[in-house]
Design a protein around this ligand. Structure first.
Ligand code: NAP
Length: 310
């Protein structure tokens, strides 16, 4: 019997536990899933969200892995009590959701939709947008989500570059890495998409100096993490007209506080961390596959590299 602790806000249980049971059953894995634990030493796996009740993982001395329900693990990686293998959430539903968010918001800015959709009789001065092939988009972060987004944009014909820590080769995407690669990615980006994880190295990666490297009139789309951008520097770059717009899905404090200047800034679009949610049915399959691997002694999927922080 595989003992599983499910540690997440109460509202998650009804959505996640039934498909996880079903996926484990489909592998023939006999299991028990509990939301409260009286004997931590018996627990084999902990499925958890960073906002769940378990914050001290040290009593779970026999746990073979901690499986995060979230893709971003910045709230777990620094937890000194979490010494078990940490597996982050990657699944096709989450990737598809992010690709849709990114392509939708890139197309909004590329086509100038806000300017062209009129409700009143307009001054008839059409400004024809360029074709996608004439629009340079850069994607910072070429992991599960960045790579799929970059490929989708390239598939629409955009002139796409991507930047990552390790060098990559992706058909149709100019792949960059290192400090020079970042300079090039920023310098060409009429539209910049942030899909980096939040780590010590990426926090405030878009500071005033790097924002200034973007071409005048550039647009930023950030579904990665709020602290990737220096908020004050972003506001200053928008206010002085260097940047045209920022579409932000993630923030330093969430929900975004009511008095935050982002809410009412005419060149900022706020979306409430909806770029891509974890879809329970898709998540259940990857969770069950990792538990199957753990039981079979096979390497886990999507294991976090603690030294890199993601
Ligand atoms: P991932 O697979 O871990 O990919 C991360 C990418 O960032 C990799 O390409 C990695 O480079 C690159 N990277 C990391 N540190 C770097 C550095 N210092 N310099 C250059 N490149 C660096 O992550 P993912 O699944 O694509 O997710 C990305 C982030 O999206 C998550 O961490 C999360 O914060 C965010 N997210 C947001 C939502 C939402 O709804 N808004 C939903 C899901 C995820 P390598 O390829 O060389 O390792």
């Amino acid at each position: 019997m595989i003992e599983i602790l499910f540690s997440a806000p109460e509202s998650y249980g009804g959505k996640y536990i039934p498909p996880i049971r079903e996926a484990l059953d489909s592998f023939g894995l006999a299991h028990r899933i509990e939301t409260e634990c009286s004997d931590p030493e018996r627990v084999d796996y902990i499925i958890c969200a960073p906002n769940g009740p378990v914050t001290d993982f040290s009593p779970f001395t026999h746990a073979k892995a901690v499986l995060s329900l979230w893709a971003g693990v910045e709230r777990f990686v620094d937890n000194p009590s979490l010494t078990q293998p940490l597996l982050r959430m990657v699944n096709p539903g989450m990737t598809a959701g992010m690709v849709e968010y990114v392509t939708g918001h890139v197309l909004r800015h590329h086509l100038g939709m806000d300017a062209h959709i009129r409700r009143e009789k307009p001054e008839w001065q059409p400004k024809i947008p360029p074709l996608a092939s004439e629009r340079r988009v850069s994607v910072l972060g070429l992991g599960a989500l960045g790579q799929a987004s970059a490929q989708a944009l390239a598939g629409l014909g955009f002139d796409v570059a991507g930047w990552s820590r390790s060098p990559k080769s992706i058909a149709g995407v100019r792949c960059l890495s290192g400090a020079n690669g970042l300079e090039e990615a920023l310098g060409r980006a009429e539209i910049l998409v942030l899909l980096l994880p939040l780590t010590v190295e990426t926090e405030n990666i878009l500071d005033a100096a790097r924002l200034a490297r973007l071409p005048e009139g550039a647009v930023i789309i950030n579904p990665g993490r709020g602290p990737l951008i220096d908020d004050e520097a972003l506001l200053a770059a928008l206010d002085r007209g260097h940047l045209a717009h920022a579409t932000l899905d993630v923030f330093r404090t969430e929900p975004l506080p009511g008095a935050h200047p982002f809410w009412h800034h005419p060149q900022i679009t706020v979306t409430p961390h909806i770029a891509s949610d974890t879809r329970p049915a898709h998540a259940a399959r990857v969770i069950a596959e990792n538990i199957r691997r753990g039981e079979a002694g096979e390497p886990f999927l999507h294991q976090v590299d603690r030294s890199a922080g993601y």
